[in-house]
Design a protein around this ligand. Structure first.
Ligand code: PRP
Ligand code: URA
Length: 209
């Protein structure tokens, strides 16, 4: 079973508390969601492999470290996942970006896929799937299915807020995919929202209803 990790760095906790507030508007929500994504990626990439490289400084030759191993790609689950992409790209500006469109039927809570556009070499990349909310887990599971069908082998799921139900569902269906969250919340409501959560992340990011 892949790990589930809550990244509870004080800055992450503080910023998440800010955007839980229902009075926070679109601009601040968007900025802070990206800041949290950036901090999360800083933590998640701690163990990226390094290799030796020779470099010549103005003072002479030296052997130093550079990133080795698989290249990364970011894969937002549309729409709300878009609200984390800029934060990730702040730290990994050369990452490719794949898009996967999913919406959840409000009655059945079942996800529907409507768009997939991936870099051609996703089989050779480590994918960071980003979505602010992991609720029932249906959208994340379907997104991972779609990526595996297209050859993806190495993936991490990065969410702002997770519900226990969603974590369990993804771990059962995709035990090879590590999950990182800024918070593990209490439960899902009858209508499929995370409690206390932060409401509808897509609507809060894009100012829709
Ligand atoms: C939200 C959220 C996740 C999904 C989580 O998207 O961004 O993708 O719901 O719910 P689940 O774990 O129960 O599947 P939504 O379907 O509202 O679409 P949006 O991003 O376009 O607003
Ligand atoms: N999607 C959201 O945007 N928020 C939730 O709480 C659950 C699913």
């Amino acid at each position: 079973m892949a790990k589930f990790t809550v990244l509870n760095h004080p800055l992450i906790q503080h910023k998440l508390t800010l955007i839980r507030d229902k009075h926070v508007g679109t601009k601040e929500f968007r900025e802070v969601a990206n800041e949290i994504a950036e901090l999360m990626v800083y933590e998640i990439t701690r163990d990226l492999p390094l290799e030796d490289v020779e470099v010549e400084t103005p003072m002479g030759k030296t052997t130093q470290k550079q990133l080795a191993g698989k290249k990364l790609a970011v894969v937002p689950i549309l729409r709300a996942g878009l609200g984390m992409v800029d934060g990730v790209l702040e730290l990994i500006p050369a990452a490719k970006v794949g898009h996967i469109g999913m919406y959840r039927d409000e009655q059945t809570l079942k996800p529907h896929e409507y768009f997939v556009k991936m870099p051609t070499d996703i089989d050779q990349r480590e994918l960071l799937i980003v979505d602010p909310m992991l609720a029932t887990g249906g959208s994340a599971i379907m997104a991972i299915d779609a990526l595996k069908k297209r050859g993806a082998k190495a993936m991490k799921l990065v969410v702002l807020v997770a519900a226990p139900e969603g974590v369990k569902a993804v771990q059962e269906k995709h035990p090879d995919v590590e999950i990182y969250a800024a918070a593990l919340d209490d439960h899902l409501t009858d209508t499929g929202y995370i409690f206390p959560g932060l409401g509808d992340a897509g609507d809060r990011l894009f100012g829709t209803k």
